[in-house]
Write a protein that binds this ligand. Sequence first.
Ligand code: FAD
Length: 485
Amino acid sequence: MADYDVIVAGGGLAGTVTAQAISYYSNQNIRILVVDRNSEFMPGRKSLAGWVCGDACSKEAVDFMAERIKVNWTRPEIEHDVKGVMAFSPDKKTAIPFDGAGFMLNRQILPETQNKRCKDMGIEFEYEINLTGLVYQEGQVVGVQGIDNKTRQAFKHTSKIVVDATGVTSMLRNGLGNSTKVEKRIDRRDLESTGRYIMHFEPGQRDLAEFDPDYCIIHLDQDIAPGGYGWVFPKGDSKVNIGLGVEKSMLDKRNKRLGKKDNVESLMKEYLHRNVAIRDARLSKEPQDINNNSGVFQVSVRRQNDCMVSGGYVMVGDSAWMPKPIDAGGIGPALIAGTILGSNIAQALEADDTSEAGLWRYNLDYIREYGYKTAGLELFRRLVQQMTNKQISYGMKHFLGNLDVESISKGEHPDFSGLGKIGMIIRGAMNKTVADGLRYTSTQNQWLVKHYNDYPKDPSGFDEWSKALHKRLGESFAKVEAFGS
Ligand SMILES: Cc1cc2nc3c(=O)[nH]c(=O)nc-3n(C[C@H](O)[C@H](O)[C@H](O)COP(=O)(O)OP(=O)(O)OC[C@H]3O[C@@H](n4cnc5c(N)ncnc54)[C@H](O)[C@@H]3O)c2cc1C
């Protein structure tokens, strides 16, 4: 007999939400253990640097979770309300609002609150365990193993299902031994190196393109944040989460172009100092930030793993590469996926079928709710990464600004298929390239969304589906790269 019904590996955001959702959907009728490498007093920390994050999350995703599993986030884990996200073009002449109302979270407090809620639901915890791998029996995952850092002894527990919520660096996924469908490794170019400070400051010049207490600001700029973006997210009238993300090969190109030797840290410092609205900035020493006021970590910007289940194993959050490809927002998808997965796991346990086929429904449910759009956004991201500042400014002003903002606010690929039609005059070779690129990714996106809507209903159709996906993506990525040359 297994020690637990479910072991959740990784007690971060995705892990604790999933544990709560399983508990909710199974009427607290099953035994759940959450295992994390952090101490009880620093729960959910991503690394020694802290809970490195932009801290922004859409209200829609929080509501999605709250309405379904009745977990309500309040203060102090919500630190500040925002009305939306505003993305500025490199020349700052265009600002596109997206994502709607949202929250700025306190990521250090949130896991403390989450763990307390989990414990009230009867969910158990094991702290200071460094997980190194999965335990198998006849091709089925039946538990986890690692080292108990408290005793230096081996740690091993069994369960009917293991939820992998150990984040982007997941060793469990990397070493998964019972699936050819789950992708194990990520392409280096699908990772962003990102860092940020949490700071108090004195107001400088009033400039709502640099700091706005009501809006999360994103700056697209290939010199400041090559292949990524800079952000200024308000945590109050004079408190900010300020940082940026870059893609390594784009940073190398940018350094070569400008004759510089910058890295993420030096770019972050420069980005902070050039901000005219922020003066005398100092790292927050408040107790709720003291272990979390500066740091760098990785985030993925690709579609979710093509298959997120194997026998006895499921993945959620960053371990499944869920952050949205276009803005690296991973909290929303983690809340949505964790909520959905709770229901899928409760059903699989009820049916006493935790095989790959028994857990398959999770792939389908997540795609239907969120995952249908991510491959198209991955392609769109690759296109934008290839563009120069001039091209991005032009595209945002002339093409994006004119669009129906609905698809943008829903986080979908904007529809550019009409570009160049209806009397629209596009002057200049550079701008024609932008229009061609956007039209191209729109067309591919339509195919990709349809392909995801046709995701196989059971594991038997997966290989064919995956082959077609990779063929299309391979061609599209090559084509998009050519737009940049
Ligand atoms: C700089 C930066 C800015 C970001 N900004 C935003 C933003 O503004 N909005 C947004 O929505 N998203 C943002 N993201 C992404 C967001 O932070 C993640 O999507 C989110 O934290 C994912 O949660 P998770 O629970 O899946 O993973 P994690 O938060 O990484 O949690 C994983 C947990 O598992 C534990 N763990 C890992 N390995 C092991 C092991 N071997 N054994 C035991 N335990 C282990 C970890 O210690 C941790 O507790 C940002 C990311 C970065 C890096």
